[in-house]
Design a protein around this ligand. Structure first.
Ligand SMILES: Cc1ncc(COP(=O)(O)O)c(C=O)c1O
Length: 396
């Protein structure tokens, strides 16, 4: 029997990280001593108090059953509300402005299904995390790519969006701290975003998965701090990066009650909330001491400084990112992103992601992730810098 996949799946390009995983396996099989700067998955374990909370919760048979709440267990919603109030000074109603999600990725994908009809237009950043555009395509919508230029601090330039495009758009995605460029936005940018959204009746989704990965104490703001944001914006948060919990699959969506409600209605038809014990552990993470988050930031900032300072010492003009786990570095003269990533793999045994995997404006860059798994990370980074140095590349 011939089994045919739906067009929406058959026409998908390979998931960029699946290709990266394949290249990594091949290099390892070839005996290469690989330095892996590929995927952004925290190398540190989840803090012990969160694991303890999970173990205790898993022993309670109450957590073995379906969570039949609409928005998520009350304990989790209260923990989110308190955390949000103390972190951003924004008060959220636990009855309609917060929804537990199974990570940020799931929330982003399902939000599109809740609001995008065939033919609708969605504004997405370029470069970007792929889910915004792939899920738009699944829903039958089309995308308009908003270039994020280094000359504009990788912020969206709303004045550059043609008026008819802005008027046609149904939804807008932004993401700061930004994967892959590491750029952060300030409140003035979020104010401009809400102004643009209201002027053109566009729903705003801010992907804040990296909200806690900022450096030098410059806290990343929430778009919900802006007056009027609660009328048109939803913000997606994740426990993945904040507490080294990528495998646990836990996040939350907050903001405009209509948008939280639409997402909730869609989700009630496709999943049954997270494992309640994971939700309880998540509540413990958000309401417990946050010193592990300070340690995570210090660790990543130190690695950022080692790598950027090292690469700059070779003449490579690499920007220090303000947040996230990523270094967004320009490729050497004469290379495309893919060629340069292939060169680093072949001649330096370094795995990086080509910027073009994030959209056409990612061309000309590669992304290096700082989530490095090694006993001696400083030595690992020094080795990478040495290997690049031996290539004798030029960036001018
Ligand atoms: C920008 C961005 N948003 C969302 C996610 C997904 O996070 P989660 O693990 O909560 O699904 C990622 C993961 O890498 C990401 O880079």
């Amino acid at each position: 029997m011939e089994i045919k996949r739906a067009d929406r799946v058959a026409s998908l390009p390979p998931y960029p990280f699946a290709e990266l995983a394949r290249l990594k396996q091949q290099a390892l099989a070839d005996g290469v001593h690989l330095l892996d700067f590929g995927i952004g998955d925290p190398d540190q374990p989840t803090p012990a108090p969160i694991i303890d909370a999970l173990c205790a919760a898993a022993r309670d048979p109450e957590t073995h059953r379906y969570d039949e709440s609409t928005y998520g267990p009350p304990e989790f919603l209260s923990a989110v509300a308190s955390w949000f109030q103390s972190r951003f000074g924004v008060r959220l109603d636990t009855d309609g402005q917060i929804k537990l999600t199974i990570g940020a990725k799931e929330a982003l994908a399902h939000l599109v299904w809740a609001y995008v009809d065939p033919g609708d237009l969605v504004l997405v950043p370029d470069p970007r995390y792929a889910v915004y555009s792939v899920s738009t395509k699944f829903a039958g919508g089309s995308i308009y790519e908003m270039p994020l230029l280094e000359s504009n601090g990788f912020l969206v330039d709303y004045d550059a969006i043609p008026g008819d495009v802005a008027d046609r758009a149904k939804m807008l995605f932004i993401n700061y701290p930004h994967n892959p460029t590491g750029a952060c936005a300030d409140l003035a940018f979020f104010r401009r975003t809400i102004e643009f959204a209201k002027e053109h009746s566009v729903i705003v989704c801010h992907d804040a998965a990296y909200s806690e990965v900022y450096f030098e104490g410059r806290k990343a703001p929430s778009i919900l701090q802006v007056d009027g944001a609660m009328d048109c914006a939803i913000e997606i948060h994740s426990l993945s990066k904040t507490y080294n919990m990528t495998g646990w699959r836990l996040g939350f969506a907050v903001g405009c009650s209509e948008l939280v409600g639409g997402l909730t209605k869609l989700k009630s038809n496709v999943d049954s909330n997270a494992f309640p014990a994971v939700a309880r552990a998540g509540a413990a993470a958000l309401s417990g001491p946050q010193d592990s988050v300070d340690r995570m930031r210090a660790l990543i900032q130190q690695r950022r400084d080692w790598l950027v300072d090292g690469l700059r010492s070779l003449g490579w003009p690499v920007r220090k990112p303000d947040g996230t786990f990523y270094i967004w570095a320009p490729v050497a003269r004469g290379y495309t992103s893919a060629d340069f990533a292939a060169l680093l793999l072949r001649d330096a045994g370094m795995l990086v992601t080509p910027g073009s995997a994030y959209g056409s404006h990612g061309e000309g860059y590669i992304r290096l992730s700082l989530t490095i798994q090694a006993d001696d990370v400083q030595r690992y980074i020094a080795e990478a810098v040495e290997r690049v140095g031996r290539l004798g590349l030029r960036w001018d």
